[in-house]
Design a protein around this ligand. Structure first.
Ligand SMILES: NC(=O)c1ccc[n+]([C@@H]2O[C@H](COP(=O)([O-])OP(=O)(O)OC[C@H]3O[C@@H](n4cnc5c(N)ncnc54)[C@H](OP(=O)(O)O)[C@@H]3O)[C@@H](O)[C@H]2O)c1
Length: 334
């Protein structure tokens, strides 16, 4: 099968397309023929080891101290079940599924295997492969943090910094669907987009002051690492929650310490994605509650360009990679 592989940490140039053996499912595993995947900020960080301060050693231990142990990146994908192990009962050949193996990786390939009880869910009718792929990374992250950790409720006010990225575009829509009132921070060029997704106010980060003590929020989600808890504290209500998606380890620890007393709290760490989160997100996608924003779609052959686009940190929503040259509209039907 064809796969994008890398054998050293570095820039987009370390990724190339090669022929590798098709993975064979174990008795408890499902093999998926992937239609599409994404290159996202997680792939970029795992490829380059450009991680927030304090996480370098942990990531090296996970991925391989000197070179990547797993040569195929890709934290999510969509496709069709192509084979199942002898003990698999939940999925059958031909099922349309979404997979989110996360740090187990392997989605930048034509085929991947994962446990039947792993992070795999059926794609409901009404949601095509490309749109499902475009939702997975940002949507699962936003759903975990806003619904499960912040527990955003109807009528609450949330400030979303970096509202035009993969997480941001989903966070705006999910916050709205939970009844939140969204103030979005993005560049002027992305203002119309985030408004169309449900933001009631938009502030241009290049010209506007978005942290003022006049307006207090129930939650602040920072998707770009532009703020620290000490700066946002005055803009949070007493029970407010601050979610820094890009915090360094010292910032995370000091945030936790500062949250021990009364007053606003820091909610940080990794998005703990569950199968239910994927199911709920796909359902929201099928109902049109959350729509994917796709920056661009490229074939697997151009995956290096996809990494370059992600590294630019300027993309709007998701960069989708189609796995096969004939992965056209026919096989993308819902
Ligand atoms: N903790 C977790 O579990 C978790 C999970 C997922 C992601 N993350 C992290 O969250 C971050 C965001 O991920 P992502 O995939 O959403 O990123 P992304 O798609 O690469 O974000 C790109 C967007 O950020 C905007 N942007 C850049 N600088 C900005 C600023 N100063 N203020 C406002 N917007 C700005 C850009 O808009 P312009 O071009 O208009 O500037 C662009 O649209 C990544 O660092 C990722 O590692 C953490």
């Amino acid at each position: 099968m064809r796969a994008a592989v890398y054998h050293q940490f570095g820039g987009p140039e370390v990724v190339y397309v090669a022929d590798v053996p098709i993975p064979i499912p174990k008795s408890n595993e499902v093999q998926v023929a992937l239609f599409a995947t994404t290159v996202n900020s997680a792939d970029s960080r795992l490829r380059s080891l450009d991680v927030p301060r304090g996480f370098g050693l942990i990531i090296r231990l996970l991925l391989g101290p000197f070179k990547p142990r797993k040569p195929i990146l890709g934290v999510d994908g969509v496709g069709t079940v192509s084979a199942v192990g002898s003990k698999v009962t939940t999925f059958k050949v031909g099922d349309r599924v979404a997979v989110c193996p996360g740090i187990r990786l392997g989605c930048h390939a034509e085929f991947m295997c994962l446990p039947e009880k792993g992070l795999i869910a059926s794609i409901p009718p009404g949601l095509d492969f490309s749109n499902a792929a475009g939702l997975l990374f940002g949507g699962t992250t936003a759903l975990v943090f806003l619904r499960e950790k912040v527990r955003l409720r109807a009528g609450q006010k949330i400030l979303i910094i970096g509202a035009s990225g993969a997480v941001g575009v989903c966070a705006v829509q999910i916050a709205r669907s939970l009844g939140g009132k969204v103030t979005a921070v993005c560049s002027e060029g992305n203002s119309a987009l985030v408004r169309s997704l449900g933001a009631s106010e938009v502030i241009d980060y290049q010209s506007g002051e978005y942290l003022t003590s006049d307006t207090k929020y129930d939650a602040i989600l920072d998707c770009v690492g532009a703020t620290h808890f000490s700066e946002v504290r005055a803009s949070l209500l007493p029970e407010g929650k601050y979610v820094p998606l890009v915090a360094s380890l010292p910032e995370m620890l000091s945030g936790v310490m500062q949250s021990l007393g009364s007053g606003p709290k820091v909610v940080s760490g990794d998005a703990q994605i569950t199968r239910q989160i994927i199911i709920d997100l796909l359902e929201m996608g099928a109902k049109g509650i959350v729509q994917s924003v796709i920056d661009r779609t490229v074939p697997l052959d151009q995956i290096k360009a996809a990494h370059e686009r992600v590294d630019s940190k300027r993309k709007r929503g998701a960069v989708v990679v189609l796995m096969s040259p004939d992965a056209g509209s026919e096989s993308n039907k819902v």
